[in-house]
Design a protein around this ligand. Structure first.
Ligand code: ADP
Ligand code: ZN
Ligand code: ZN
Length: 738
C-alpha cells in the first residue's frame, strides 16, 4: 500500500476532498487522521489514496497523526455515505460527520482502552529487599501488582482507594509502569460469539398465524440477497412477531440485524420485546443518549458484540458487521426524514439503498404504508406481505363519523361521543380521546376588540397553557405570562378552541368519578412519565386517556374499546399535497388502538365534513381504498411518486432577503425541458422564530435529469453573493412541498 497523496474528507461545507501528504505509517481508507487546516487542526477520514495532486507540491501539508489502527468505516459504509452525499447533493465531509458519534469526531479512541499497571523487574527486586520501607501504601500497591501480575486502574480504585499517589512515587523510581490496553467487553456482551439458537433466544416464540408464517418464510428465503418487503399489517396483526422471528433466523446464520424505529421514547415496547426474546446483546442508538452512551453503543455495534442494533434515524449509518437483514418499523413515519439542518436525508430510503448495497433483505413494516412505498409494490420493486387479521383474535373496530354541524357539542365533545363514552365506561371498557393539539386553547381572544395573542416572532398565534398560566408559541418556544385583560382595550380575554389540557378539564366535569390520564409533551417530559401513564392505564386505575400523536404510537391498551377522534378536519383542506395521506395514517393508527384485546372496538370521528371523499373512502374501504384513490389523484396531478421534487429552502432576517437569494438562484441557469421551477414563494408559515422562510421548488418526472441539473446548478448557487445573507439548504424528496 503506497500513495503519494491522501484525499481526506473534512467536516466543512466545501464540496470536495482535501489533499495531504501521508505520514510515515500509511493509513488505510476509512481511518481517521488529524490534519492541519488553516490555523486549526481537524480530524478527517481518509477517502482515497492518489498518485498526485492538483495542488502545487510546496503547498501540500503532511498528515499530523493517524488515530486508529483500523478503519472506522469499512468499504460498504463509505459506499453508502458516498451515495448519500451524491443523492442529497451534500458535502461528503458533513455527511460523514452526521454518520458518526460526536465523541469519535472529537478523537475518542475507536476501541475502549483501560490503564493497566504492572511491577517492573526492578520493582520485584526492590520488593524482595524489603523496599519501599516506611511507606505502607506504596508497599501494599507493589505487593498487589506482583501477586496479581498487574492490575487495572479501575480495580485498584476499589481495592486500594487513593492508590494514585503511591503509584506516582513507585513509577518515579522505575518500580512500576503503566500501559493502555483494550478494555474487555462487558460480561453481558461476551456471550455474543454463539449462534446456537437455544442460547440466543430467551423465550420460545409463539406459533405463527398462517399469514405471519408466510411472511417469515418469504423473508427467510431472501436471506443472502437483496429484496424489499412491505409488511403491511393492521395494528395488532403481529408485525413485531414477524420481525422477531426473521431476526432469530438471521442470528442463527451467524449474522446481525439492524432495526430502525421512528422514536425510541415512543416505542419502548419494541426494545423491550427484543430484549425479552433474545439473550444476545442489543445496541440501542437514539437521540436522547449522552455522547458517551452513544459512543459505547456505537462501539458495541462496531465490534460486532451487539448482534442486534436498534435505533432511530441516524442508526441507518451504524456499523453492523455481517449484516443479515434490515427492519424499518412504521416505515411511513415522518421522523425518518431529517428535515432540518444541512444534510436532509430519508433514513427509510437510505436503508433500502444500504440493503441493496449489502445484498440483504429489508422489511418495511406499517399498518399505513407511505404512498411511495405502495407505488413501489405496484411497480414490482417491493414485495407485499399482508397480515390482514389481528393476532390475538380481536375483531377490527367499527368506525363511524359524527357530524359536528348537526350534533351539539360541549367543550368540543359531541353528544354522541359523550353517550358512547358512558356506554363503554359502564361496560368496563377504557376510552381513548385523541386531539392533535396540546395546551389549553390555540387562541386567546378579546371579544370586545377582536385582538388575538400573536407570537412576535412567528406568523402564528400563542397557545394558552392554563395550569402553567402562560402563553406559549409552539413554533419558536416563546413564553409569556397569561394576561387577564386585553393589552389593547383592557376588556377581559377568553381562550377559544380546544387543546388536550382543556379536554382533560371538560372530561373531568363530565365524568367526575372516572380517573383520567393525559399524554402530551407538556405532561410527559421524560421516559418515566410515559411509563407512569402507561401503568395507570394498564392497571385499569385510569379509564380515560386523552392525548396527542403520542397515543398513536406502538402502545397496546388491550382494554380500550372506544376511540374518539375529536377533530379530523385539520388535514382535509391543507395546501400540502401530503396532508390527506398524513391524516388518513393518523386516523387509522389511532383507530387501531381500539379493541386490541378480546373486546370489539368502536371508533368515532368528529368532523364538520362528513361527506368529504377522503373520510368516506377511508371509512368504506379502509386505508387500502384510500391509498388507491390518493395514488390515482397523485398521478393526475403529477405529484410524487409520479414526479420527483427538490426544494431549495432558505431563511433570512427579512422577507426580501429570503426571496432575493432564491430569485438569484433561479436566474442562474434556465432548467432544461422537463424540469419545472416553481417559485420562489414564502413558506406556508413564512415567519418563524424571527426569520423569514421561503422556497424554490424543482419538479421533474425524470429523476436522473433532475439530479444532473442539481449537480451543475448547486456549485453556482453556493457562489451567489446573496447567499451570504441567508441560511439555505437543499431538500431532496421533501416531505412537504410548501
Ligand atoms: P403489531 O406489531 O402488528 O402491532 P404485534 O406483533 O405487537 O402486532 O402483535 C399484537 C399482539 O398479538 C401482541 O400482544 C403479540 O404478542 C400477539 N401476537 C402476535 N403474534 C402472535 C401469535 N402468532 N400468536 C399469539 N399471539 C401473537
Ligand atoms: Zn381588546
Ligand atoms: Zn413563535
Amino acid at each position: 500500500m503506497s500513495a503519494a497523496v491522501l484525499r481526506i474528507a473534512l467536516d466543512t461545507p466545501l464540496r470536495r476532498l482535501f489533499d495531504y501528504l501521508p505520514p510515515a505509517r500509511m493509513p488505510a481508507i476509512g481511518q481517521r487522521v488529524r490534519v492541519p487546516f488553516g490555523r486549526r487542526r481537524l480530524i478527517g477520514l481518509v477517502m482515497e489514496h492518489a498518485d498526485s495532486s492538483d495542488m502545487p507540491p510546496d503547498r501540500l501539508k503532511h498528515v499530523l497523526e493517524v488515530l486508529d489502527d483500523q478503519p472506522l468505516l469499512d468499504r460498504s459504509a463509505l459506499e453508502l455515505l458516498r451515495w448519500a452525499a451524491d443523492y442529497y447533493h451534500h458535502p461528503i465531509g458533513e455527511v460523514i460527520a452526521a454518520a458518526i458519534p460526536k465523541a469519535l469526531r472529537d478523537g475518542a479512541p475507536l476501541v475502549a482502552v483501560q490503564e493497566r499497571w504492572v511491577a517492573t523487574a526492578k520493582g520485584a527486586e526492590a520488593f524482595a529487599r524489603g523496599e519501599p520501607r516506611r511507606a505502607p501504601k506504596q508497599r501494599a500497591l507493589l505487593s498487589r501488582l506482583i501477586d496479581h501480575g498487574g492490575a487495572v486502574a479501575a480495580d485498584l480504585s476499589v481495592a486500594l482507594p487513593g492508590w494514585q499517589d503511591a503509584a506516582r512515587s513507585l513509577a518515579k523510581r522505575g518500580w512500576i509502569a503503566s500501559c493502555e490496553e483494550p478494555e474487555p467487553l462487558p460480561q453481558s456482551l461476551d456471550s455474543a460469539s454463539t449462534t446456537d439458537l437455544a442460547s440466543i433466544t430467551r423465550r420460545n416464540s409463539p406459533p405463527l398465524a398462517p399469514e405471519q408464517e408466510a411472511a417469515v418464510q418469504s423473508v427467510s428465503e431472501a436471506l443472502g440477497r437483496f429484496a424489499a418487503f412491505v409488511l403491511y399489517g393492521i395494528t395488532g396483526s403481529g408485525k413485531t412477531e414477524v420481525y422477531l422471528q426473521v431476526v432469530e433466523r438471521v442470528l442463527a446464520r451467524g449474522q446481525r440485524a439492524l432495526v430502525l424505529v421512528p422514536e425510541i421514547g415512543l416505542t419502548p415496547q419494541l426494545v423491550e420485546r427484543f430484549q425479552a426474546r433474545f439473550t444476545t446483546p442489543l445496541a440501542v442508538l437514539h437521540s436522547a443518549l449522552t455522547d458517551q452512551e452513544r459512543l459505547q453503543a456505537w462501539r458495541a455495534a462496531f465490534s460486532g458484540a451487539a448482534r442486534i442494533v436498534l435505533g432511530t434515524r441516524s442508526a441507518v449509518f451504524a456499523p453492523v458487521p455481517d449484516l443479515g437483514v434490515i427492519v424499518v418499523d412504521e416505515e411511513h413515519d415522518a421522523s425518518f426524514k431529517q428535515h432540518e439542518g444541512g444534510f436532509r436525508y430519508s433514513a427509510r430510503d437510505l436503508a433500502v439503498v444500504r440493503a441493496q448495497q449489502s445484498g440483504v433483505p429489508i422489511v418495511l413494516g406499517s399498518a399505513t404504508p407511505a404512498l411511495e412505498t405502495l407505488q413501489n409494490v405496484e411497480n414490482g420493486r417491493y414485495i407485499r406481505l399482508s397480515l390482514p387479521r389481528r393476532a390475538a383474535q380481536a375483531e377490527p373496530p367499527r368506525v363511524a363519523l359524527v357530524d359536528l354541524r348537526t350534533n351539539a357539542t360541549q367543550g368540543g365533545l359531541s353528544t354522541p361521543a359523550v353517550q358512547a363514552m358512558e356506554r363503554h365506561l359502564a361496560a368496563d371498557g377504557q376510552v381513548l380521546v385523541f386531539l392533535n393539539r396540546r395546551g389549553y386553547a390555540p387562541t386567546l381572544l378579546c371579544t370586545a376588540c377582536g385582538w388575538v395573542a400573536p407570537c412576535r416572532d412567528c406568523d402564528a398565534r400563542l397557545t394558552v397553557h392554563r395550569s402553567a398560566s402562560r402563553l406559549r408559541c409552539h413554533h419558536c418556544g416563546a413564553d409569556a405570562p397569561l394576561p387577564e385583560r386585553c393589552p389593547q382595550c383592557g376588556f377581559a380575554v377568553k381562550p377559544v378552541g380546544q387543546g388536550t389540557e382543556r379536554i382533560e378539564e371538560v372530561l373531568a366535569q363530565l365524568f367526575p368519578q372516572v380517573p383520567l390520564v393525559r399524554l402530551d409533551r407538556d405532561v410527559v417530559r421524560k421516559q418515566a412519565d410515559m411509563e407512569h401513564a402507561m401503568r395507570r392505564m394498564h392497571s385499569g386505575e385510569a379509564r380515560i386517556l386523552v392525548g396527542t400523536q403520542m397515543v398513536t404510537k406502538g402502545h397496546h391498551f388491550p382494554n380500550v374499546t372506544l376511540v374518539i377522534v375529536l377533530n379530523a378536519d385539520q388535514g382535509l383542506f391543507s395546501t400540502d399535497f401530503r396532508a390527506p395521506e398524513r391524516l388518513a395514517q393518523t386516523i387509522v393508527q389511532v383507530a387501531g388502538r381500539a379493541g386490541r384485546g378480546d373486546k370489539p372496538g368502536e371508533v368515532l370521528i368528529q368532523t364538520e365534513f362528513p361527506e368529504h371523499p377522503l373520510l368516506l373512502n377511508l371509512l368504506n374501504e379502509g386505508y387500502d381504498g384510500f391509498a388507491r384513490a390518493a395514488l390515482a389523484e397523485r398521478a393526475n396531478t403529477a405529484w410524487p411518486p409520479f414526479s420527483r421534487l427538490a426544494a431549495l429552502r432558505d431563511s433570512a432576517r427579512t422577507a426580501d432577503d429570503a426571496l432575493i437569494f432564491l430569485r438569484d438562484a433561479r436566474a442562474l441557469m434556465p432548467p432544461p425541458r422537463g424540469i419545472l421551477m416553481r417559485g420562489p414563494v414564502p413558506a406556508a408559515m413564512a415567519k418563524r422564530a424571527g426569520r423569514y422562510h421561503a422556497q424554490l421548488l424543482l419538479e421533474s418526472s425524470d429523476r436522473a435529469a433532475l439530479h444532473r441539473f442539481l449537480s451543475a446548478w448547486l456549485p453556482q448557487v453556493e457562489q451567489l453573493k446573496s447567499a451570504r445573507r441567508v441560511r439555505w439548504a437543499l431538500d431532496v424528496d421533501p416531505l412537504d412541498a410548501f
